[in-house]
Write a protein that binds this ligand. Structure first.
Ligand SMILES: *[C@@H]1O[C@H](CO)[C@@H](O)[C@H](O)[C@H]1NC(C)=O
Length: 340
């Protein structure tokens, strides 16, 4: 295998632009130039609309912290009482710092999931670091689950089934999915109807003080992710004063400070997705191994040619393959639930 991924010239331009703008917006003093990013929002964000059989609307969870989600409803399936739709809670990526639920790239991905599975997708607009640090993001994710559990949500189809709830996310969203799943499993008795039965962790953002083989081998050779960027994101994610130790239990989840999750029988069945050109892949493999060692039902899905974020670009073939796998996973986990 070559040391560099094969990416078309035009996609390379997009990836470099994305990397350059976000690098430029990140300041060495740990703040972000939001004004610079807001100019891009004009091109990169869109209002809710009905496209390709999926209707969207934005739903407020808590106005005091501007917590809301974009709801995706597959219109062909809402009036069919013979089927019930699983609910997929999606957490976008962006190092906990960038992107939002109304970013066009994520709108496209969530729309695709809603249509293909089919499912009701809830794309959470959690608060971003460094303005809001850990655990704000996990709080927002968990509180959204509680909000879904309470029900009576405007625009929610009647055949949406919160007892078949999945969490999914890519990159930082995969990390977020894990921690929300863990909190759910720890506090399952607080829920009435909602059951989190699956977690889809797509190239989840984990790390640690150690430099793994894939980080060392691929640093500087692949788009989007490099060591300097990851270190910066972790530094501004942890609360001020808690140092910048990447062996913190929320970053290195199966590292020296790991919290034992082996007793959590309600931790959902987990699908871990990794790419062969992602510097973070060794952390993701350890994550999968750690889940298995903790007695959690976990599977690993590898795309040898996949770069970090491959799921977000229609130009890359692995993205459509993953949609099919994601659909199969949701259906299989839902079916096993019925047998139980
Ligand atoms: C960080 O740098 C920016 C730009 O130089 C400045 O506007 C901002 O006040 C600084 N913030 C802190 C917390 O030092």
């Amino acid at each position: 295998m070559s040391t560099k991924p094969e990416i078309s010239w035009s996609l390379n331009v997009i990836l470099s632009l994305l990397s350059n703008v976000t690098d430029f917006a990140r300041r060495s003093n740990g703040t972000v130039n939001r004004r610079l990013l807001s100019y891009l929002d004009v091109m990169a964000k869109g209002p809710p609309q009905t496209v390709n059989g999926v209707k969207t609307s934005d739903v407020t969870v808590d106005p005091t912290r501007n917590l809301w989600f974009r709801l995706y409803v597959p219109t062909d399936h809402v009036n069919d009482p013979s089927i019930s739709l699983p609910v997929i809670v999606y957490f976008h990526g962006g190092g906990f710092t960038f992107m939002s639920a109304d970013t066009n790239m994520y709108d496209w991905v969530c729309r695709k999931i809603a249509r293909h599975v089919p499912a009701v997708v809830v794309s959470v607009n959690y608060r971003l670091s460094p303005e809001y640090r850990y655990p704000s993001q996990y709080d927002d994710g968990f509180d959204t689950l509680k909000f879904l559990d309470r029900g009576d949500i405007e625009g929610f189809p009647r055949n949406a089934d919160v007892s078949r709830c999945f969490m999914a996310g890519d990159s930082a969203g995969g990390n977020l999915g894990h921690h929300v799943a863990r909190r759910y499993a720890e506090r399952v008795t607080e829920f009435n109807k909602l059951r989190a039965i699956g977690l889809i962790a797509i190239q989840p953002f984990f790390g640690g003080e150690e430099r793994t083989g894939s980080e060392t081998r691929l640093d500087g050779l692949t788009p989007i992710v490099n060591l300097e960027r990851c270190d910066w994101h972790w530094k501004v994610f942890l609360p001020e004063g808690s140092g910048s130790d990447r062996d913190h239990e929320v970053i290195n989840v199966f590292g020296p400070n790991a919290v034992d999750i082996s007793g959590l029988k309600d931790f959902p069945v987990t699908l871990v997705v990794i790419g062969g050109y992602d510097p973070l892949q060794d952390w993701q493999r350890r994550y999968y191994e750690g889940l298995k060692m903790s007695g959690i039902n976990a599977r690993l899905l590898e795309y040898p040619g996949g770069i970090h974020c491959f799921f977000l670009f229609s130009q890359l073939p692995q993205g459509s393959l993953l949609i099919t796998e994601l659909k199969n996973f949701v259906h299989e986990v839902s079916r096993n639930l019925e047998i139980k």
